[in-house]
Design a protein around this ligand. Structure first.
Ligand SMILES: Nc1nc2c(c(=O)[nH]1)N[C@H]1C(S)=C(S)[C@@H](COP(=O)(O)O)O[C@H]1N2
Ligand SMILES: [Mo]
Length: 322
Protein backbone atom coordinates (compact mmCIF):
# COMPACT_ATOMS: atom_id res chain seq x y z
CA UNK A 1 0.00 0.00 0.00
CA UNK A 2 1.40 3.35 -0.98
CA UNK A 3 1.62 6.28 1.44
CA UNK A 4 0.95 8.66 -1.41
CA UNK A 5 -2.48 9.27 -2.86
CA UNK A 6 -3.24 7.85 -6.28
CA UNK A 7 -2.39 10.28 -9.07
CA UNK A 8 -5.98 11.09 -10.10
CA UNK A 9 -6.88 12.09 -6.54
CA UNK A 10 -3.75 14.16 -6.20
CA UNK A 11 -4.64 15.99 -9.36
CA UNK A 12 -8.15 16.63 -8.11
CA UNK A 13 -6.76 18.02 -4.89
CA UNK A 14 -4.36 20.26 -6.78
CA UNK A 15 -7.14 21.52 -9.03
CA UNK A 16 -9.35 22.39 -6.14
CA UNK A 17 -6.49 24.25 -4.43
CA UNK A 18 -6.02 26.31 -7.55
CA UNK A 19 -9.72 26.98 -7.70
CA UNK A 20 -9.76 28.11 -4.12
CA UNK A 21 -6.82 30.39 -4.75
CA UNK A 22 -8.43 31.93 -7.81
CA UNK A 23 -11.69 32.39 -5.99
CA UNK A 24 -9.94 34.01 -3.06
CA UNK A 25 -8.05 36.39 -5.39
CA UNK A 26 -11.32 37.35 -7.00
CA UNK A 27 -12.84 37.80 -3.54
CA UNK A 28 -9.91 39.94 -2.40
CA UNK A 29 -10.22 42.15 -5.47
CA UNK A 30 -13.88 42.47 -4.77
CA UNK A 31 -13.28 43.39 -1.13
CA UNK A 32 -10.90 46.12 -2.23
CA UNK A 33 -13.61 47.46 -4.49
CA UNK A 34 -16.14 47.25 -1.67
CA UNK A 35 -13.75 48.98 0.74
CA UNK A 36 -13.11 51.77 -1.76
CA UNK A 37 -16.82 52.20 -2.30
CA UNK A 38 -17.42 52.20 1.45
CA UNK A 39 -14.77 54.89 1.91
CA UNK A 40 -16.47 57.13 -0.65
CA UNK A 41 -19.90 56.41 0.78
CA UNK A 42 -18.52 57.00 4.26
CA UNK A 43 -17.24 60.41 3.28
CA UNK A 44 -20.53 61.28 1.68
CA UNK A 45 -22.27 60.14 4.87
CA UNK A 46 -20.02 62.24 7.14
CA UNK A 47 -20.38 65.26 4.89
CA UNK A 48 -24.16 65.02 5.17
CA UNK A 49 -24.03 64.62 8.93
CA UNK A 50 -21.77 67.54 9.60
CA UNK A 51 -22.89 70.00 6.96
CA UNK A 52 -26.61 69.48 6.81
CA UNK A 53 -29.02 71.83 8.53
CA UNK A 54 -30.51 70.68 11.80
CA UNK A 55 -34.12 69.61 12.11
CA UNK A 56 -35.21 69.90 15.70
CA UNK A 57 -32.31 68.82 17.88
CA UNK A 58 -30.34 66.76 15.45
CA UNK A 59 -29.40 66.97 11.80
CA UNK A 60 -31.60 64.50 9.99
CA UNK A 61 -28.85 62.11 8.89
CA UNK A 62 -27.67 61.84 12.47
CA UNK A 63 -31.13 60.92 13.52
CA UNK A 64 -31.11 58.32 10.76
CA UNK A 65 -27.80 57.00 12.07
CA UNK A 66 -29.21 56.75 15.57
CA UNK A 67 -32.08 54.71 14.19
CA UNK A 68 -29.83 52.50 12.04
CA UNK A 69 -27.47 52.22 14.97
CA UNK A 70 -30.22 51.07 17.29
CA UNK A 71 -31.28 48.43 14.79
CA UNK A 72 -27.70 47.27 14.42
CA UNK A 73 -27.01 47.12 18.14
CA UNK A 74 -30.24 45.25 18.73
CA UNK A 75 -29.25 42.78 16.03
CA UNK A 76 -25.70 42.35 17.28
CA UNK A 77 -25.91 42.65 21.04
CA UNK A 78 -29.51 41.61 21.45
CA UNK A 79 -31.60 43.40 24.03
CA UNK A 80 -31.42 40.34 26.27
CA UNK A 81 -27.71 40.82 26.99
CA UNK A 82 -26.87 41.49 30.64
CA UNK A 83 -25.35 44.76 31.83
CA UNK A 84 -22.20 44.46 33.97
CA UNK A 85 -22.69 44.57 37.74
CA UNK A 86 -20.35 45.92 40.43
CA UNK A 87 -19.64 45.46 44.13
CA UNK A 88 -21.78 47.68 46.41
CA UNK A 89 -18.58 49.40 47.61
CA UNK A 90 -18.20 50.98 44.16
CA UNK A 91 -21.64 52.60 44.26
CA UNK A 92 -22.32 56.28 44.98
CA UNK A 93 -25.34 58.42 45.80
CA UNK A 94 -26.78 59.12 42.38
CA UNK A 95 -26.95 62.78 41.48
CA UNK A 96 -30.38 64.16 40.64
CA UNK A 97 -31.22 65.11 37.11
CA UNK A 98 -34.52 65.82 35.43
CA UNK A 99 -37.63 66.89 37.33
CA UNK A 100 -40.31 66.72 34.71
CA UNK A 101 -43.43 65.45 36.45
CA UNK A 102 -41.90 65.56 39.94
CA UNK A 103 -41.88 69.18 41.02
CA UNK A 104 -44.44 68.76 43.76
CA UNK A 105 -44.10 66.70 46.92
CA UNK A 106 -46.40 63.71 46.47
CA UNK A 107 -48.32 62.64 49.59
CA UNK A 108 -47.07 59.01 49.84
CA UNK A 109 -50.39 57.61 51.12
CA UNK A 110 -52.15 59.03 48.09
CA UNK A 111 -49.97 57.08 45.66
CA UNK A 112 -51.45 54.25 43.64
CA UNK A 113 -50.09 52.51 40.58
CA UNK A 114 -52.66 52.57 37.79
CA UNK A 115 -52.32 49.37 35.79
CA UNK A 116 -54.12 49.00 32.48
CA UNK A 117 -54.31 46.14 30.01
CA UNK A 118 -53.91 43.31 32.52
CA UNK A 119 -55.52 39.96 31.67
CA UNK A 120 -58.95 39.34 33.26
CA UNK A 121 -58.61 42.52 35.31
CA UNK A 122 -61.97 41.96 37.07
CA UNK A 123 -60.64 38.96 38.98
CA UNK A 124 -58.30 41.21 41.02
CA UNK A 125 -59.58 42.86 44.18
CA UNK A 126 -57.81 46.08 43.06
CA UNK A 127 -60.05 46.36 39.99
CA UNK A 128 -61.79 49.69 39.38
CA UNK A 129 -63.93 50.79 36.45
CA UNK A 130 -61.94 54.02 35.95
CA UNK A 131 -58.29 54.29 36.99
CA UNK A 132 -58.08 57.90 35.74
CA UNK A 133 -60.51 58.98 38.47
CA UNK A 134 -57.81 58.39 41.11
CA UNK A 135 -56.63 61.60 42.81
CA UNK A 136 -53.04 62.11 43.87
CA UNK A 137 -52.44 64.61 46.69
CA UNK A 138 -49.54 67.04 46.70
CA UNK A 139 -47.99 68.95 49.60
CA UNK A 140 -46.33 71.95 47.97
CA UNK A 141 -43.04 72.10 46.09
CA UNK A 142 -40.77 69.05 46.31
CA UNK A 143 -38.39 69.45 49.25
CA UNK A 144 -35.49 67.13 48.49
CA UNK A 145 -34.77 68.31 44.99
CA UNK A 146 -31.54 70.19 45.60
CA UNK A 147 -29.85 72.95 43.62
CA UNK A 148 -30.90 71.91 40.16
CA UNK A 149 -34.62 72.35 40.69
CA UNK A 150 -34.10 75.66 42.50
CA UNK A 151 -32.35 76.90 39.41
CA UNK A 152 -35.10 75.55 37.19
CA UNK A 153 -37.65 77.42 39.27
CA UNK A 154 -35.63 80.63 39.07
CA UNK A 155 -35.49 80.29 35.29
CA UNK A 156 -39.19 79.49 35.13
CA UNK A 157 -39.97 82.61 37.17
CA UNK A 158 -37.83 84.58 34.75
CA UNK A 159 -40.06 83.29 31.98
CA UNK A 160 -37.42 80.98 30.51
CA UNK A 161 -37.99 77.28 30.30
CA UNK A 162 -34.73 75.37 30.66
CA UNK A 163 -33.91 72.84 27.93
CA UNK A 164 -36.10 69.81 27.99
CA UNK A 165 -38.45 71.16 30.61
CA UNK A 166 -42.06 70.63 29.60
CA UNK A 167 -40.88 71.05 26.01
CA UNK A 168 -42.35 67.83 24.71
CA UNK A 169 -45.88 68.80 25.69
CA UNK A 170 -48.70 66.46 26.60
CA UNK A 171 -48.51 62.77 25.86
CA UNK A 172 -50.57 61.36 23.04
CA UNK A 173 -50.90 58.10 24.97
CA UNK A 174 -52.62 59.53 28.04
CA UNK A 175 -55.63 57.41 29.01
CA UNK A 176 -59.12 58.55 28.23
CA UNK A 177 -61.47 58.92 31.19
CA UNK A 178 -63.33 55.76 32.03
CA UNK A 179 -60.39 53.39 31.42
CA UNK A 180 -60.78 50.34 33.66
CA UNK A 181 -57.83 48.68 35.36
CA UNK A 182 -56.18 48.07 38.72
CA UNK A 183 -55.12 50.50 41.43
CA UNK A 184 -52.15 48.88 43.18
CA UNK A 185 -50.60 49.97 46.47
CA UNK A 186 -46.89 49.87 47.24
CA UNK A 187 -47.57 46.89 49.51
CA UNK A 188 -48.96 45.00 46.53
CA UNK A 189 -45.68 45.56 44.70
CA UNK A 190 -43.48 44.78 47.71
CA UNK A 191 -45.10 41.33 47.95
CA UNK A 192 -42.99 40.36 44.93
CA UNK A 193 -39.46 38.96 45.57
CA UNK A 194 -36.96 41.64 46.44
CA UNK A 195 -33.90 42.13 44.25
CA UNK A 196 -30.79 44.27 44.56
CA UNK A 197 -28.57 45.28 41.71
CA UNK A 198 -25.45 47.42 41.39
CA UNK A 199 -25.15 48.78 37.87
CA UNK A 200 -23.88 51.76 36.00
CA UNK A 201 -26.43 54.47 35.33
CA UNK A 202 -25.72 56.39 32.15
CA UNK A 203 -27.17 59.73 31.16
CA UNK A 204 -27.01 60.83 27.55
CA UNK A 205 -25.53 64.13 28.76
CA UNK A 206 -22.28 62.25 29.15
CA UNK A 207 -22.04 61.28 32.81
CA UNK A 208 -22.44 57.91 34.46
CA UNK A 209 -22.46 56.68 38.06
CA UNK A 210 -22.56 53.28 39.71
CA UNK A 211 -25.77 52.87 41.68
CA UNK A 212 -27.05 50.36 44.22
CA UNK A 213 -30.71 49.70 43.44
CA UNK A 214 -33.35 47.74 45.32
CA UNK A 215 -36.81 46.75 44.25
CA UNK A 216 -38.68 44.07 42.37
CA UNK A 217 -38.08 42.64 38.95
CA UNK A 218 -40.41 43.99 36.32
CA UNK A 219 -40.47 40.41 34.97
CA UNK A 220 -41.98 39.22 38.27
CA UNK A 221 -44.48 42.06 38.13
CA UNK A 222 -45.43 40.96 34.61
CA UNK A 223 -45.95 37.40 35.86
CA UNK A 224 -48.13 38.59 38.74
CA UNK A 225 -50.11 40.97 36.53
CA UNK A 226 -49.81 39.56 33.00
CA UNK A 227 -50.96 41.50 29.95
CA UNK A 228 -54.20 40.56 28.24
CA UNK A 229 -53.31 38.56 25.10
CA UNK A 230 -54.71 39.76 21.79
CA UNK A 231 -57.45 37.74 20.03
CA UNK A 232 -54.75 35.82 18.12
CA UNK A 233 -53.12 34.82 21.40
CA UNK A 234 -50.03 37.02 21.04
CA UNK A 235 -49.09 39.62 23.64
CA UNK A 236 -49.15 43.40 23.22
CA UNK A 237 -45.76 44.67 22.07
CA UNK A 238 -45.34 47.68 24.33
CA UNK A 239 -45.51 49.05 27.84
CA UNK A 240 -46.31 52.69 28.49
CA UNK A 241 -45.53 54.51 31.74
CA UNK A 242 -46.20 58.03 32.93
CA UNK A 243 -45.93 60.14 36.08
CA UNK A 244 -49.11 60.72 38.12
CA UNK A 245 -49.60 64.15 36.53
CA UNK A 246 -48.73 62.81 33.06
CA UNK A 247 -45.88 65.30 32.52
CA UNK A 248 -43.15 62.68 31.91
CA UNK A 249 -43.85 59.57 29.90
CA UNK A 250 -41.88 56.72 28.42
CA UNK A 251 -42.62 53.82 26.08
CA UNK A 252 -40.88 50.43 26.24
CA UNK A 253 -40.84 47.20 24.30
CA UNK A 254 -42.46 44.49 26.40
CA UNK A 255 -39.33 42.32 26.16
CA UNK A 256 -37.23 45.13 27.65
CA UNK A 257 -39.54 45.05 30.67
CA UNK A 258 -38.97 41.28 30.87
CA UNK A 259 -35.19 41.74 30.97
CA UNK A 260 -33.97 40.18 34.25
CA UNK A 261 -32.21 43.43 35.26
CA UNK A 262 -35.16 45.72 34.63
CA UNK A 263 -36.33 46.71 38.10
CA UNK A 264 -39.24 48.57 39.60
CA UNK A 265 -37.10 50.44 42.11
CA UNK A 266 -38.15 51.31 45.67
CA UNK A 267 -34.70 51.68 47.28
CA UNK A 268 -31.43 53.36 46.43
CA UNK A 269 -28.14 52.97 48.35
CA UNK A 270 -29.91 50.64 50.81
CA UNK A 271 -32.46 53.28 51.81
CA UNK A 272 -35.98 54.10 50.68
CA UNK A 273 -35.95 56.02 47.42
CA UNK A 274 -36.14 59.82 47.76
CA UNK A 275 -38.94 61.60 45.93
CA UNK A 276 -36.43 63.45 43.78
CA UNK A 277 -35.17 60.06 42.57
CA UNK A 278 -38.71 58.91 41.86
CA UNK A 279 -40.26 57.58 45.08
CA UNK A 280 -42.29 55.59 45.64
CA UNK A 281 -41.60 53.74 42.38
CA UNK A 282 -39.20 54.32 39.49
CA UNK A 283 -37.84 52.19 36.70
CA UNK A 284 -34.27 51.03 36.30
CA UNK A 285 -33.26 49.44 33.00
CA UNK A 286 -29.46 49.13 32.90
CA UNK A 287 -29.47 48.39 29.18
CA UNK A 288 -31.03 51.79 28.50
CA UNK A 289 -30.00 55.41 28.93
CA UNK A 290 -31.25 57.41 31.90
CA UNK A 291 -34.05 59.14 30.05
CA UNK A 292 -35.81 55.78 29.66
CA UNK A 293 -35.71 55.28 33.44
CA UNK A 294 -38.84 57.04 34.52
CA UNK A 295 -39.08 58.41 38.06
CA UNK A 296 -42.37 58.45 40.02
CA UNK A 297 -44.40 55.98 38.00
CA UNK A 298 -48.14 56.59 38.25
CA UNK A 299 -49.33 54.47 35.36
CA UNK A 300 -48.25 51.27 33.64
CA UNK A 301 -50.27 50.36 30.56
CA UNK A 302 -49.77 47.34 28.30
CA UNK A 303 -50.52 48.34 24.74
CA UNK A 304 -50.04 47.26 21.16
CA UNK A 305 -49.80 50.83 19.89
CA UNK A 306 -46.27 52.24 20.04
CA UNK A 307 -46.50 54.63 23.00
CA UNK A 308 -45.60 58.28 23.05
CA UNK A 309 -42.24 59.07 24.64
CA UNK A 310 -41.10 62.38 26.11
CA UNK A 311 -37.53 62.48 24.82
CA UNK A 312 -38.28 60.72 21.55
CA UNK A 313 -40.55 63.66 20.78
CA UNK A 314 -37.52 65.92 21.22
CA UNK A 315 -35.49 63.95 18.70
CA UNK A 316 -33.85 61.26 20.82
CA UNK A 317 -33.74 57.59 19.93
CA UNK A 318 -36.76 55.54 21.08
CA UNK A 319 -34.64 52.50 21.94
CA UNK A 320 -31.99 54.47 23.86
CA UNK A 321 -29.88 51.31 24.04
CA UNK A 322 -26.36 51.46 25.42
N1 LIG B 1 -40.30 61.74 36.00
C1 LIG B 1 -39.09 61.92 35.43
N2 LIG B 1 -38.28 60.85 35.26
C2 LIG B 1 -37.05 61.03 34.69
C3 LIG B 1 -36.61 62.31 34.25
C4 LIG B 1 -37.51 63.41 34.43
O1 LIG B 1 -37.22 64.57 34.06
N3 LIG B 1 -38.73 63.18 35.03
N4 LIG B 1 -35.37 62.46 33.67
C5 LIG B 1 -34.69 61.24 33.18
C6 LIG B 1 -33.27 61.47 32.96
S1 LIG B 1 -32.81 62.27 31.55
C7 LIG B 1 -32.32 60.99 33.84
S2 LIG B 1 -30.66 61.12 33.51
C8 LIG B 1 -32.72 60.32 35.10
C9 LIG B 1 -32.06 60.97 36.31
O2 LIG B 1 -32.37 60.25 37.45
P1 LIG B 1 -31.83 60.72 38.85
O3 LIG B 1 -32.36 62.10 39.12
O4 LIG B 1 -32.28 59.73 39.85
O5 LIG B 1 -30.31 60.78 38.70
O6 LIG B 1 -34.12 60.31 35.29
C10 LIG B 1 -34.87 60.07 34.15
N5 LIG B 1 -36.25 59.95 34.56
MO1 LIG C 1 -30.57 61.88 31.34
Amino acid sequence: MSAHPDPPEAEAAFKSDAEVLAASRKYTRRSFAVAALAAVAGWEFCRKVFYSSAIGDQPWPRRRILQADAKLSRAIFDERALAPTYPVSKSVMLRTNGHVGIKEELVPESWRLQLVGVASAQRYKQYVSDVTAWNYDYAGPITDAGELIREERKEARAGKLPRGLEEAGRSLSTLPQGTPGLLLTLDDILKLPKHELVTEFKCIEGWSEIVHWGGVRMADFLDAYPPQPKPDGSLPRYVYMETPNGDYYVGYDLHVCRHPQTLLVTEMAGRPLLQVHGAPLRLHAPTKYGYKQIKRIGLIAYTDIKPDDYWTKLGYDWYAGL
